[in-house]
Design a protein around this ligand. Sequence first.
Ligand code: ADP
Ligand code: MG
Length: 359
Amino acid sequence: MRRSSVPDRRCTAFAPGRVNVIGEHTDYNHGLAMPFAIAEGVTVRAAALADDGEPLIEAIAIDLDERDSFPLERPGPAEGWRAYVHGAVAELGAAGHRLVPARLEITGRVPLGSGLSSSAALTVALCLALLELGSDHADAGGRSLDRIALARLCSRVENEWAGARTGLLDQIASLFGAAEEAMCIDFQSLDVEPVPLALEGWRFVIADSGERHVHASSGYNERRRECAEACGALGIESLREASLEDIAALPEPLERRARHVLEENARVLEAVDALRAGAIREVAELLSASHASLRDLYQVSTPAVEATVERLLRAGVAGARLIGGGFGGSVLGLLEPGLALPAGCIEVAPGPGAHILAR
Ligand code: ADP
Ligand code: MG
């Protein structure tokens, strides 16, 4: 039986996707990355349901025209988008947050599976909406939240409920984003430092290489294992503790992998400085340097990705790099002011971080 909603308890939460400007394969090495929240995100409209039977969560994925319903107290395993809803309810409950029976309507504008993290946008928006609805005071789903704790919780939802191996980058970027700002994340201290993002007409663009490599996840896991092996050989916890001198004696390919990570961390700091100085062309050059390192040292590029980078450079981007784990996926480019969007590209513009849109 369908329950009536309680009219005075509703809210709308928004959480953005993200693009990682620079700092690839650094998160699991306790390094640095510089993402920004994009304008597109996922919106969850939530309404409390009357508490007159078994407390339920009803969810509707409007874009997919699919529904779900499950007991608030006992979310079980689920597939696809439902896994994020079950996981968000389960993890918030396990963390001691008060939740109420609710109907959740999900809509999104982040392209799925394009490296813009629609999954983090979905998870963060769900959590913000559920927290806001379950809170007795006005601000619980908003500013006073411990956003690092919430990023960890959202990451558990992705890891343990949706089966996606991700670090904290996507969730932190969605939760800490701000209009006209990127951020520098230090994955050792989990410090998040805002970086001004005044693009002065430059545009970030994304092109899909068209390749979804079947071995993508195993390649990613192999790189993680190689980094762990390098740490083992050096007797350190993470590559953050190593210097270029330390890694010089590592056997190949470990030296190459470690050198990418160390130099990529340095490029992130250079990109932060360049943005602070308004030197966008330098950021573009750092993108290309990052790509060369991902191709030659980390060895995660493919012919399809190389062709996509070449195509963007011919269309006038001043710098481009593969984004995400590699072995296929998307390419990020920085397009000079006044140039037309290359064919098949989408523009990604910075936007605000996750927030409550309406109460
Ligand atoms: P990415 O995060 O790179 O976009 P993922 O495969 O990690 O790709 O996450 C995509 C998944 O997130 C989709 O398959 C779907 O389950 C879920 N998702 C994202 N946006 C929506 C949405 N608007 N409605 C329903 N599910 C969504
Ligand atoms: Mg994802």
